[in-house]
Design a protein around this ligand. Structure first.
Ligand code: SF4
Length: 235
C-alpha cells in the first residue's frame, strides 16, 4: 500500500510549480493556518487571502489579525460587492438564509468574491479534509478545479491535508503553537459566519454546527464544489 504524501511535500511541490503571484492559500479555519505555518517553515513567501463576508464573529477577525502578526503576512480580505449585498438585504432582509437556504447569500458574500480572485490565479490551496463531512469524503490532495477554472483558464486546487484527521490538525497546532480561533475553546468546531455557526456537542460531527437547519448533504457553500477531478494519485 502506498503511503499518503506528506502535506509539506504536497505544499512544496505546489509552491515550486507556480510563481508566487499565481498561487495562494485560502484562509479561514484552523487547517489553513497549519498550511501557512508549513509554508513559512518551508521558506516560501506565500500569498494568503480570506473571505470577509461581513458576517464573521469578532473572534474570527481577531484570529485573522493574530495570524497576520504572527507570520508577518499580508492577508488579502476579499469583500462582497456592496451593491449586490445591499440589494439582497433590501429585498430579503438580513437573515434570508434561514428561510430560503444559505446558497443565495453564500453566492453573493463568498462565491462571487472568490471567483473574482481565482480569475487571477493558476492554483489555490485549501485546508479541506476528507473526514470533515459527507460531501468531502473523496477530496484528493490535488485536482483540476472545473468549478472555478475552465478550458481557457485551467485552475489547480491543492488540498494537502485531505487525508488528515481533525486530531492530526490539532496535534500539529499544539506541537507548533499555531494560532487558532478562540471560539474553538467554546465548543465551536467548524467556524463560518456568526449567524450560521453554533457550537457542537461532544458526539456531534464538526459540520453539524454549520447551517443546522439544513440537511448534511446541503452543507457546502459552493467554495468547494466537488465537480473537480483528481490530477494524479499522490497517495
Ligand atoms: S454562511 Fe450564512 S451569513 Fe455567511 S454567507 Fe453563507 S448564508 Fe450568508
Amino acid at each position: 500500500m502506498q503511503l499518503a504524501a506528506a502535506p509539506e511535500d504536497v505544499l512544496a511541490d505546489a509552491l515550486q510549480r507556480f510563481p508566487a503571484e499565481r498561487i495562494a492559500i485560502s484562509f479561514s479555519g484552523a487547517e489553513d493556518v497549519v498550511l501557512i505555518d508549513m509554508a513559512v517553515k518551508l521558506g516560501y513567501a506565500v500569498q494568503v487571502f480570506s473571505l470577509d463576508t461581513g458576517r464573521l464573529h469578532a473572534e474570527t477577525y481577531q484570529f485573522i489579525e493574530r495570524v497576520r502578526e504572527r507570520y508577518d503576512l499580508e492577508i488579502e480580505m476579499l469583500m462582497p460587492d456592496a451593491s449586490t449585498v445591499g440589494q439582497l438585504v433590501r429585498e430579503k432582509g438580513l437573515f434570508s438564509f434561514l428561510r430560503d437556504g444559505h446558497q443565495e447569500c453564500c453566492a453573493i458574500r463568498k462565491i462571487q468574491p472568490l471567483r473574482k480572485k481565482l480569475r487571477g490565479l493558476d492554483a489555490w490551496i485549501t485546508g479541506q479534509r476528507q473526514d470533515q463531512s459527507v460531501t468531502r469524503t473523496s477530496v484528493p490532495t490535488e485536482q483540476d478545479d472545473h468549478a472555478f477554472g475552465s478550458n481557457d483558464h485551467p485552475l489547480v486546487k491543492y488540498n494537502p491535508l485531505a487525508q488528515w484527521s481533525s486530531q492530526d490538525v490539532w496535534d500539529y497546532i499544539r506541537a507548533n503553537d499555531v494560532p487558532y480561533n478562540e471560539l474553538h475553546n467554546r465548543g465551536f468546531t467548524s467556524i463560518g459566519c456568526e449567524p450560521c455557526t453554533r457550537p457542537t456537542g461532544p458526539h456531534q460531527h464538526e459540520r453539524e454546527g454549520r447551517w443546522w437547519w439544513e440537511e448534511a448533504e446541503d452543507k457546502e457553500c459552493g467554495l468547494h464544489e466537488q465537480n473537480v477531478k483528481p490530477v494524479a494519485a499522490v497517495d
